[in-house]
Design a protein around this ligand. Structure first.
Ligand SMILES: *[C@@H]1O[C@H](CO)[C@@H](O)[C@H](O)[C@H]1NC(C)=O
Ligand SMILES: *[C@@H]1O[C@H](CO)[C@@H](O)[C@H](O)[C@H]1NC(C)=O
Length: 239
């Protein structure tokens, strides 16, 4: 009884569908929890997931329909639309008036809509992360150790516009100071470029430079706090 109650065509479809999609989501969310992951890498990974959803859309849907069709035949489940089934299989956002469509067609459309929504949600999140990244461009590793004076003067206003406790001039002076300290501590530029924001903050704290770099250390703290809240948001989102 239970089997026939849960096993209808649309259920089997979604079973295969979510299995495919969630496998990729699982990999992505595992990766996003990597310790010390930079925001750039988060964005790239999310882009990868978006590309997967966009490229594999038809394939995933076809596969799900194939799977459900085969299983229905095997288990002798009717693929005809049943009165009650229609109600149950309606997903949020799916229009109920798909009158002229066969059940597989209707399912395909529903799956496309699911993927579309998911893609859209990911897009919103990636954009939010990109915005933070651009706001904090000046304290990204490449900028802290490698940016030219001109770059720094370009990046800083994005930050100071939002956080008016920082001034462009102070940030610039502190970055120069940090670079001198890194050099004095015999750290190669190449090595420091691979650091995360956390490692820069740790360096500053370890060498007791907080006092001579108050703006920079506060700024790194702001950034790291934001990163943590994004990470926990992504985590709860992907569950
Ligand atoms: C998610 O991925 C991990 C390995 O990265 C694996 O052990 C786990 O079984 C996967 N979970 C699902 C539901 O696929
Ligand atoms: C930024 O640096 C200036 C000069 O060192 C200092 O007076 C100011 O308090 C710092 N601002 C913050 C928010 O730490």
């Amino acid at each position: 009884m239970l089997l026939s109650a849960v096993c209808d065509f649309s259920f089997l479809c979604y079973l295969s569908f979510w299995c495919e999609v969630l496998e990729e989501v699982n990999i992505t969310q595992k990766y996003l929890q990597t310790v010390g992951l930079t925001l750039e890498k988060c964005i790239v990974k999310l882009q990868g997931l978006k590309a997967f959803l966009a490229d594999q859309c038809s394939e995933i849907a076809e596969k799900a329909i194939c799977y459900a069709t085969t299983k229905c035949k095997e288990m002798d489940i009717s693929m005809e639309r049943r009165g009650r089934v229609k109600l149950r299989k309606t997903m949020p956002g799916m229009k109920a008036k798909d009158a002229g469509l066969t059940l597989p067609e209707e399912m395909k459309r529903a799956m496309f809509e699911c993927l579309d929504r998911f893609h859209h949600e990911l897009e919103i999140r990636s954009q939010a992360i990109e915005k933070i990244l651009s706001m904090f461009a000046v304290i990204q590793p490449n900028s802290l150790v490698g940016a030219t004076e001109k770059d720094i003067h370009n990046y800083t206003p994005k930050l100071t516009e939002i956080f008016d406790e920082f001034s462009n001039e102070d940030i610039f002076r502190e970055i120069e100071r940090l670079q001198r300290h890194l050099e004095a501590a015999k750290l190669s530029v190449e090595e420091a470029k691979k650091w995360t924001a956390l490692q820069f903050l740790e360096f500053i704290v370890k060498w007791d430079y907080c006092e001579s770099m108050p703006n920079l250390s506060l700024c790194l703290r702001f950034f790291l706090t934001l990163c943590v809240s994004i990470a926990s948001c992504e985590r709860s989102f992907s569950k």
